[in-house]
Design a protein. Structure first.
Length: 182
């Protein structure tokens, strides 16, 4: 698909606007808050492997501010908890940039993460799963303040492991839980 001529100037304007905002004096006055998150996470059906319903689990993430609006994020999640032995236990480890905007204590963010996933089951079913692949997550969320150093996070991602995820899968991830700001 060819790139439309109007697309390139629009991208350049967007990048220039972002840079002006990021380097403005008001941006430098913004506090450089770091945060740690722990909470519930659920994937969509067939997110990683075919014939696997949505998986429940936990997620932990740490974000370090490198610059106002821009940070580095590390994310670890485990899915398949409380399921039968035939359901795969899936672990993801992802890292990447996060862009966030904070006003009145509410933090809006978007992130792009890349890393890996590993899944295995111990069931005696015909569908033995054991393996890993590259994975990615693109999404965002909101942190709502609940106390001076704490917030509640609600976020969503499109998550996939391209080499193993079925084309028809629901490749989403929903997360909610407690954020500690430091």
């Amino acid at each position: 698909m060819p790139i439309r001529p109007s697309f390139i100037p629009a991208c350049a304007l967007l990048i220039l606007s972002f840079m002006l905002l990021a380097f403005s004096p008001s941006a430098k006055a913004q506090l450089r808050n770091h945060d740690a998150f722990f909470g519930y996470s659920r994937t969509g059906a067939d997110a990683f492997y075919p014939n696997v319903s949505g998986l429940n689990g936990w997620e932990a993430a740490v974000q370090i501010h490198l610059h106002p609006f821009l940070g580095a994020e590390g994310d670890v999640a485990q899915y398949g908890l409380g399921s039968g032995a035939s359901v795969p236990r899936t672990t993801t480890v992802l890292v990447g940039p996060r862009v966030s905007v904070k006003a009145l204590g509410v933090n809006l963010f978007v992130h792009g993460l890349v890393g890996g996933e590993h899944s295995a089951n111990s069931g005696s079913s015909a569908a033995q799963i054991s393996g890993g692949s590259i994975a990615y997550a693109l999404g965002g969320g909101v942190d709502l303040p609940i106390a001076p150093f704490f917030a509640w996070r609600v976020s969503g991602d499109r998550i996939s492991a391209p080499t193993v995820s079925p084309d028809s899968g629901n490749k989403f991830r929903f997360n909610t839980g407690l954020v500690f700001r430091f």
